[in-house]
Ligand binder design. Sequence first.
Ligand code: AKB
Length: 313
Amino acid sequence: METVILVIGANGQLGSVLTESLKHKFGNSNVIASDLRPREGYEGVFEIIDATDMNRIHDVVTQYNVTQIYHLAAILSAKGEQTPLTTWDINMKTLFNVLEVARHHKIDKVFFPSSIAVFGEGAPLNNTPNNAYLDPATVYGISKAAGENWAQYYFMRYGLDVRSIRYPGVIGYQSLPGGGTTDYAVDIYHKAVLKEEFNCFLKEDATLPMIFMDDAIRATLELMDAPKEDITIRTSYNIAGISFSPAEVASEIRKLYPDFKISYEPDFRQEIASRWPKSIDDSAARKDWSWKPKFDLESITGTMIEKLKENYK
Ligand code: AKB
């Protein structure tokens, strides 16, 4: 049977780029992009889906004979703290809807993104292992930790092939993040290219795990391509790219823009960041599906600045 993919949350930071890679790999007509609102200028098949509505997901899956679902819609760590109960409801309801539709339609594979936000004070800060204790301190992190366990439950109970990655902060030039604690690491490059000062909401030494968009997309496709029997973790895989602090990225930017200025005004997001890992042990992903990042801080900075300069021309 032909692979037909439904992407839920296709307008988001990761979704918008992943959708393009999936179209490249599977063909435009085999990828159904969906989100709450249409995307202007989108080339391909697009459906409006509010993923809190299970019937709507069911209808689209039926209409297109969907065989795989990538469920990327969620409210992230910083935004989620403004309305904790609504965030829990949305993040969980949308996941349950996807899992239930997938089970009923015997969907081949489901992708569910998790996050470093599942970790809290009970996990080692450095080289955090895959099976570290999970005591997340944000509602987003709690919903992802619960979601991972539900993913594993659907695999064990119903044999549904759900696969998941715990993303670090994702840095890309193609799209903007929305409502996360790691968003600063994208915004800082926009300010640099615009030759504006950057006011950072984290402390200068707030080191966090990050990954370049190209690596994040490749990791997702590699995990989804891996033979089923190689997937030994059915909650979610740690993946690492690189780790850096705001001060370190600023000094890398200064190699290209010597006058670049950064100031620090830590807010509630610093509290969130202080409980997240500084670096991640991704040995399980390396072993099971040969994961290996390609981009370091220097190559991320060079690419971000080169591409954003073109965008702002
Ligand atoms: C966030 O900051 O909330 C996200 C994440 C690390 O999951 N970017």
